[in-house]
Design a protein around this ligand. Structure first.
Ligand code: NDP
Length: 397
């Protein structure tokens, strides 16, 4: 029985709140807090159990601390934006509360993201206070990290190659809309691609490498593009036998054409423009006029498929496996009022929090998900709504 404070009432926060509410024996009291309290109230009104709501600007640790002092949570699930990670971690440290998030810290004024800020500042202080900081526990990053740890534990003596593939084969019928926060999403995909090879990260121009990927279970074949994604940062560090690691994401031609046009005319810049009474960056403005991903739920049909193809050796023989999840947009919507991209990101931090609370993942310090025992997570993630399958592939293909 524990009290959980969820921060952020977007698509992911909606799913996390619904999921926590489904496990009253673990999360006996729930508070949902965000910048715009009306969004918290709307989510709370859809759930039968009482959910406390509050307004907080999580850019300010003292505001989060005040909220923690009032509600006295055992754990905080941060599903606001990556810009708030450091402030919320600081508040949790000051108040002695465990912390979970789903994406690496990103300074608002820099187009880069890394776990290093959070690890360097908080690993030791959290350890000394007996607190757990579980970083990047969404789907990707998150479940993809656990898939690697599980494969290394049970399927390989040594892992050599990792390909993470993220396909959203769903359709919302709009010409251009991002499936999660547009600003964070566009910042991420307009960065140069980086993949791990030969002991270093190799850099290639954004979205310049493309291949076709055939999804399992007849979901279809889609173009996927090489990108940098934060789980690569810690996975190659924690599993140094990995010689090559890549991350691929599906984009439609129409999406990319629109994105390139926006880039060409400067609409993806994060440099503030002086408009007289206000200063606003083009990307911030774009975020305000694009469809709100939290509203895409009712119109998104189809499925997502995210998984890891991993190659290595077992008992002296080459082995290749694929572990994946398929999630249905409409099923996710029926259960939580959100589409599958929010669902796949919002369910894992709830299980992560449950494992920290029940002791299975209660290792003081700050860690990414692959640094914990993958078994309890893999045993329960299906029941939480994200079942997985593992298939053996031909290692020579
Ligand atoms: P949304 O933009 O839909 O929601 C973000 C929420 O955070 C909004 O309710 C917003 O409030 C709130 N917020 C923003 N700034 C503050 C602040 N300073 N203080 C308090 N609340 C704030 O994003 P998503 O729900 O799509 O994504 C949430 C997080 O999940 C992001 O960090 C994203 O990177 C991560 N994510 C992770 C994935 C994974 O698989 N690992 C996949 C998808 C997302 P307001 O409504 O007022 O703007």
């Amino acid at each position: 029985m524990a009290r959980v404070l969820i921060i952020g009432a977007g698509g992911v926060g909606r799913v996390a709140t619904h999921k926590c509410a489904q496990y009253p024996e673990i999360f006996s009291e729930i508070m949902l807090a965000s910048r715009t309290v009306s969004k918290c109230e709307k989510i709370a009104s859809e759930i039968e159990r009482p959910i406390r709501t509050a307004q907080v600007d999580a850019d300010y640790p003292e505001q989060v601390q005040a909220l923690i002092k009032d509600f006295k949570p055992d754990i905080v699930i941060n599903v606001a934006l990556p810009y708030q990670n450091m402030a919320i971690m600081e508040a949790c440290l000051q108040e002695g509360v465990h912390y979970v998030d789903t994406a690496a810290y990103e300074p608002k004024d820099e187009k880069s993201f890394s776990y290093d800020w959070q690890l360097k500042a908080y690993k030791e202080p959290y350890r000394r206070q007996g607190l757990v900081g579980l970083l990047g526990c969404g789907f990707d990053p998150g479940v993809t990290n656990v898939y690697v740890a599980y494969a290394v534990k049970h399927y390989f003596d040594e892992i050599h190659e990792l390909e993470i593939v993220d396909v959203n084969a769903g359709d919302h019928g709009l010409p251009f809309a991002t499936n999660f926060n547009p600003e964070v999403n566009i910042r991420e995909i307009t960065l140069p691609a980086r993949h791990w090879e030969g002991g270093e990260f190799k850099v290639t121009p954004p979205l310049s490498e493309k291949r076709d990927f055939e999804c399992p279970e007849g979901l279809g074949t889609y173009p996927v593009y090489l990108m940098y994604h934060e789980e690569l940062e810690t996975l190659v560090r924690n599993f140094p036998t990995i010689k090559k690691a890549t991350f691929w994401m599906k984009f439609s031609d129409e999406y990319l054409q629109t994105l390139r046009t926006l880039q060409k005319i400067g609409m993806t810049s994060i440099e503030p423009v002086d408009l007289g009474p206000v200063k606003i960056s083009p990307l911030d403005f774009l975020r305000k006029i694009l469809p709100d991903p939290a509203e895409l739920g009712p119109r998104t049909k189809g499925k997502t498929c995210i998984g890891n193809i991993m190659t290595g050796v077992k008992d002296g023989k080459k082995r290749k496996i694929f572990i994946y999840n398929i999630c249905d947009h409409q099923e996710a919507y029926k259960e939580t009022g959100a589409q599958a991209v929010s669902y796949t990101a919002g369910v894992p931090p709830v299980l992560g929090a449950a494992l920290v609370l029940d002791g299975a993942w209660k290792k003081p310090g700050v860690y990414t998900p692959e640094e914990f025992d993958p078994d309890p997570f893999m045993e329960r993630i299906g029941e939480y709504g994200l079942p997985w399958k593992l298939v053996e592939l031909d290692p020579e293909a």
